[in-house]
Design a protein around this ligand. Structure first.
Ligand SMILES: Nc1ncnc2c1ncn2[C@@H]1O[C@H](COP(=O)(O)OP(=O)(O)OP(=O)(O)O)[C@@H](O)[C@H]1O
Ligand SMILES: [Mg+2]
Length: 462
């Protein structure tokens, strides 16, 4: 590869010998680079912020300071810069030291033009790699808050992107999804990835607050505000000051408290129960519900103004049955976790069982899957009991028992269609036969459940 077609870069030449300064800088400039010159360590450090600088080429021995100590400073101050140390011919120990201290390469003096340019080329390449790595590490660091979330299905990737976009903002987010889909995990991720992450994350379960105390719990109370209030205390808003207040199961919030919550959200100010003074609080609010809040509004159980205040941005979490491809990964995760928790040797869930796990409807979503896998780890295959299957209506010899608690027929049909498709690797005619349906009826039902877009496997059917 030729270096001549690469664009020039900014190079800092650190050299105390005027003759060498001139020689080397001319070579570099002729190759298209722009060159700054420093004659010692201090002068070099003063030039580290030169715009466009990407590489330092320094002699080992300098009249003032030395190249090795300059290298160490550069690694600390500008770790992304490429660094090439020039050592005296035969002083291999210097070269070794330089590499150990983080130089990209070394060059033994005297050197030829070609050797110089090749070495610089290589150092620039490794500098670019280092920058790329740093960027990736940073991206990973940013994902750390998401790292507890498992799943690569398109719906999850979209969710991760939304979380990343929303986390640094002050937006109130309403997280909706069925039970066990990970709403609380999402709320924690939004907090962890925000600039509020060092302050408190206060999680409040609105369904579990004793009715009489609810206002004091939210806004705090002054001493003597109610019987038993022997000392003043801060409410959740104050505890979350500077941080995040997570209102879980917001759909359960009593109607009479809703206007007070709305006012606190709109004004960013609260008054303790029994207090006379308003105080400002800096709180970001996240809320979650597994109810259809819009319907709650329509039916008069939730205030519309509060709904709109909370639902500035909505995040909808997919049900597990909408991302079955993530099940193997989740199973592996939960199996490892259960083994750790119960001090059992880690062991894989057999493939035959995994198949069954992938086909179930999972009304309790990830939480239910996690519990099922824990049972499997503890009890082995015996844990895969019929009890867990009744919801799917699976029985022997095709006799489907209606569970005592009833079932969701649409979900059952959806699940059966999907199971038939999975079992026949997507071959529709065979799947139809498996369900005792005509091909036409089968297609009609696929359409009805939005399962018809899937492509037929190559050569699957004549
Ligand atoms: N994507 C995921 N990856 C790994 N674990 C998950 C994921 N989603 C949920 N879980 C786990 O499943 C369980 C339930 O999650 P979480 O409590 O966040 O659900 P939820 O939506 O708040 O449920 P509920 O409405 O019942 O309160 C937790 O143990 C959580 O760690
Ligand atoms: Mg929850």
């Amino acid at each position: 590869m030729s270096h001549d077609d690469r664009p020039g870069v900014g190079i800092l030449l650190v050299e105390d010998d005027p003759l060498q300064q001139q020689l080397v800088s001319e070579l570099l400039r002729a190759a298209g680079h722009s060159v700054r010159i420093a004659d010692g360590e201090a002068a070099a450090l003063a030039l580290l912020d030169t715009p466009g600088l990407v590489l330092v080429l320094s002699d080992f021995r300098l009249a003032q300071g030395d190249g090795l100590s300059l290298l160490k400073s550069v690694r600390r101050l500008r770790p992304e810069l490429s660094f090439v140390l020039v050592t005296a011919y035969g002083r291999i120990e210097h070269a070794v030291e330089a590499i150990q201290a983080g130089a990209d390469d070394y060059l033994a003096k005297p050197f030829e033009r070609q050797a110089l340019l090749l070495t610089l080329d290589k150092a620039l390449r490794s500098g670019r790699l280092r920058a790329e790595n740093q960027r990736l590490n940073q991206a990973l660091g940013e994902q750390e808050g998401l790292i507890d979330m498992i799943g690569r299905a398109p719906a999850m990737q979209r969710l991760y992107r939304q979380i990343q976009r929303l986390a640094p903002t002050e937006a109130t987010v309403l997280i909706q999804g069925e039970s066990g889909t990970g709403k609380e995990l999402v709320a924690r991720a939004l907090h962890k990835l925000s600039r509020r992450s060092d302050a408190a994350f206060v999680a409040v379960n609105c369904a579990a607050i004793p009715e009489g105390l609810i206002e004091a719990e939210f806004f705090g109370a002054e001493r003597g505000a109610y019987t038993g209030a022997q000392a003043a205390r801060a409410g959740w808003f104050e505890q979350a000051d500077g941080g995040t207040l997570f209102l879980d199961e917001i759909g359960e919030l009593p109607l009479n408290l809703q206007p007070k919550l709305l006012r606190a959200l709109q004004e960013g100010r609260i008054t303790r129960v029994g207090g006379a003074r308003e105080q400002a609080v800096d709180v970001r609010v996240l809320a979650a519900t597994n109810r259809d809040l819009k319907r709650e509004v329509a039916e008069g159980r939730f205030r519309e103004d509060l709904y709109w205040r909370l639902n500035v941005v909505g995040l909808d979490l997919p049900g597990l049955r909408e991302r079955r491809e993530d099940i193997p990964m989740l199973v592996e995760h939960f199996a490892a976790r259960a083994a750790r928790q119960h001090r059992l040797p880690p062991s894989a869930i057999p493939r035959s069982l995994l198949r069954g796990l992938m086909e179930r409807p999972w009304p309790g979503n990830v939480r239910e899957l996690g519990n099922a896998v824990e049972r499997l780890v503890l009890l082995g295959e015996d844990a895969d009991s019929p009890a867990a299957d009744t919801a799917a209506g699976r029985g022997r010899d095709g006799d489907v028992r209606l569970p005592a608690e009833g079932l969701d027929f649409e979900a059952l049909e959806h699940s059966l269609l999907q199971q038939a498709l999975t079992r026949t690797a997507g071959q529709r005619k065979r799947a139809a036969a498996l369900l005792g349906l005509s091909y036409k009826t089968f297609l009609y039902r696929l359409e009805k459940h939005g399962l018809a877009e899937g492509k037929e496997p190559e050569g699957g059917e004549a």
